[in-house]
Design a protein around this ligand. Structure first.
Ligand code: CP3
Length: 351
């Protein structure tokens, strides 16, 4: 008789169960800092890679093989759902995402198509199915989407922004239109993420990368209810839900209230302080500064160990960066972090 496979440590930590050693993965663990990614990228554009499930699966697996991480994150982009909604999205060289027809008026909002992920984002779901057949059982697959605020900010600004002026102007001057837009985006995201879970995603992360641009009051009134809609629908599926943002030191209690079984912390708040603000009744993910990966190894080691000490061996810590891996990051340093995290626990607990 064969024993059932033990649950992978990443999924155990998400549920705040004890683990043999702290699980670790990295936001943006696939990408241009990896030579094997750059080789594929010479032949295909980003959109070609994500829209071909075999290629997306291959890129997803690159960091799993190269780094020994405890979870895989699907290779896709938070902006993909905007394409079937009717926006003309491009990734311009050196500029990041550009949307040719941003959403600025009531007509623009009315024109946005509601989407059915199975029909219009089937390539993402197919990549998930392929990956579930290829990943070892110890490495769960994380699906993801952007959160309503972060996505809506791209839709309105037409690309990245420093001050979110147009986004905030619409939020403050046309509250009804804001509600309609956020509502449309939230139901699209709910549909998309539920489809990812049905396809086999074993956890999902909601990226509210730019939510730190908001005051707690604006977040509570104009944003959190829409994130909550998406998060609660996902929690009902039983898969762990990671709720991540940056610049969130003043938003953490509100983010926890909005939902998620794991809250992602950025590096601007010490991990123990962030966890305390959350009240402890939730798992946390984070929170090394991505720039620390450029430090000399002894400095990097001290910083990794500082994060781990602040977690203090409590159940429910997933090691990650406070935001995505930066371009030009030395791959050897990323690999070293995986080893330091895994060994730290083993040596501390005498296992
Ligand atoms: O984490 C992973 O390895 C999975 C893949 C992933 C990508 N984007 C691939 C990508 C994930 C999880 C994302 C999320 C994403 N995309 C976010 C949220 C996370 C964060 O970093 O805050 C955001 C804000 C985006 C939007 C986006 N996509 C921007 C701003 C850019 C340009 C920035 C850049 O690095 O050029 C992208 C492009 C993008 N998405 C790249 C990758 C690997 C670079 C693509 C390339 O040219 O090869």
């Amino acid at each position: 008789m064969s024993l059932p496979e033990p649950q992978p440590r990443f999924l155990r930590a998400c549920q705040r169960l004890p683990v043999d050693t702290t699980p670790v993965w990295f936001m943006r663990q696939a990408g241009r800092y990896m030579p094997e990614y750059r080789r594929l990228r010479e032949k295909y554009s980003l959109l070609e890679m994500v829209q071909h499930p075999e290629l997306a699966a291959e890129v997803t697996l690159q960091p799993v093989h190269a780094l020994g991480v405890d979870a895989a994150i699907l290779f896709a982009d938070i902006l993909l759902p905007l394409i079937p909604m009717g926006l003309k999205l491009e990734f311009a060289k050196g500029e990041g995402p550009v949307i040719d027809n941003p959403v600025r008026s009531a007509e623009d909002v009315a024109r946005l198509s509601p989407i059915d992920a199975e029909a219009s984002l089937g390539y993402v779901l197919e990549a998930i199915r392929i990956l579930r057949g290829e990943l070892p059982p110890s490495v769960p697959l994380i699906g993801f989407a952007g959160a309503p605020f972060t996505l809506v900010s791209y839709m309105i600004e037409g690309g990245s922004s420093r001050d979110y002026r147009r986004t905030k102007t619409l939020m403050l001057s046309e509250p009804q239109l804001w509600a309609e837009l956020m509502g449309k985006v939230a139901s699209t995201l709910e549909n998309y993420l539920l489809a990812q879970v049905r396809a086999g995603a074993q956890a999902v992360q909601l990226f509210d990368s730019w939510v730190g641009a908001l005051s707690p009051q604006d977040y509570a009134v104009n944003v959190a209810p829409y994130s909550a809609c998406v998060l609660k629908a996902l929690e009902a599926t039983g898969v762990p839900v990671i709720h991540f943002g940056t610049g969130t030191a003043t938003l953490l209690p509100l983010m926890k209230q909005a939902g998620g079984s794991v809250i992602g912390l950025d590096w601007r708040i010490p991990l123990d302080q962030g966890w305390a603000l959350l009240g402890g009744e939730v798992a946390v993910q984070g929170n090394l500064d991505p720039a620390d990966l450029f430090a000399p190894l002894p400095v990097l080691r001290r910083r990794v160990e500082d994060v781990l000490r602040r977690a203090g061996g409590r159940a429910g810590h997933i090691f990650n960066l406070g935001h995505g891996i930066l371009q030009e990051t030395p791959v050897d340093n990323v690999r070293a972090v995986v080893e330091i995290v895994h060994e730290f626990n083993a040596s501390q607990e005498g296992k």
